[in-house]
Write a protein that binds this ligand. Structure first.
Ligand code: URA
Length: 190
């Protein structure tokens, strides 16, 4: 994983290399049973080199603690695209495709029981669908050796308010239940 992070740190595969401050590879428990996958780093993440350290991350941390009883030490968290798109624009299809081998190898190495995708970009990439998050959330999907639980991106919850937050909470409970059968406590550490 460290070798992969080293590769990512020097990556120039796409145009985002020209505008980033830091590559945001991922953080958390290296052999976690639970992995969250977001969209792309924002301003704070780009400056600090860490995922979900801005407002979205604070909301996510609170919801995960309240619904799953877990903290950052218990899970791994990363993004679909590892570098900040300028002005926080959506990542472009070629950026997602060129960056996807990093996420692919992270997931292969961690081999989690449960992956929670946050928002459309991670969900579409990992489920191989073109459907939007509102349509696919609310259930659990088979994924590699485990399961995938799609939910809203926390920025949608910040914008959308109570109803979106309530649906996110329900999805996190779903993720907790998906972790449970494997006998995994605290994020399914192994
Ligand atoms: N939004 C994301 O999708 N990822 C981050 O790391 C921060 C905000």
């Amino acid at each position: 994983m460290q070798a992969l992070a080293g590769d990512a740190a020097g990556c120039t595969r796409c145009r985002l290399a020209g505008t980033r401050t830091n590559v945001v590879f991922g953080m958390g428990r290296p052999r976690a049973g639970l992995v969250f996958v977001g969209e792309a780093p924002g301003e704070q993440e780009d400056l600090q080199g860490l995922p979900f350290v801005g407002r979205s991350g604070q909301l996510l941390d609170r919801l995960v603690l309240e619904e799953m009883g877990l903290t950052r030490e218990d899970f791994y968290i990363t993004n679909t695209v590892k570098c900040r798109p300028p002005g926080n624009r959506d990542p472009l299809p070629d950026e997602i495709e060129l960056c996807s081998p990093f996420l692919d190898r992270q997931l292969e190495w961690i081999d989690p029981s449960v992956v929670v995708t946050l928002g459309n970009f991670a969900t579409r990439l990992l489920l191989g669908t073109t459907e939007g998050i509102s349509r696919v959330r609310g259930r659990t999907y088979p994924y590699r050796n485990g399961r995938l639980v799609p939910t809203f991106h926390p920025s949608a919850a910040l914008r959308g308010g109570g109803q979106v937050v309530a649906q996110m909470r329900a999805d996190l409970v779903r993720a907790k239940e998906a972790l449970a059968p494997a006998g995994h406590a605290r994020g399914g550490q192994r």
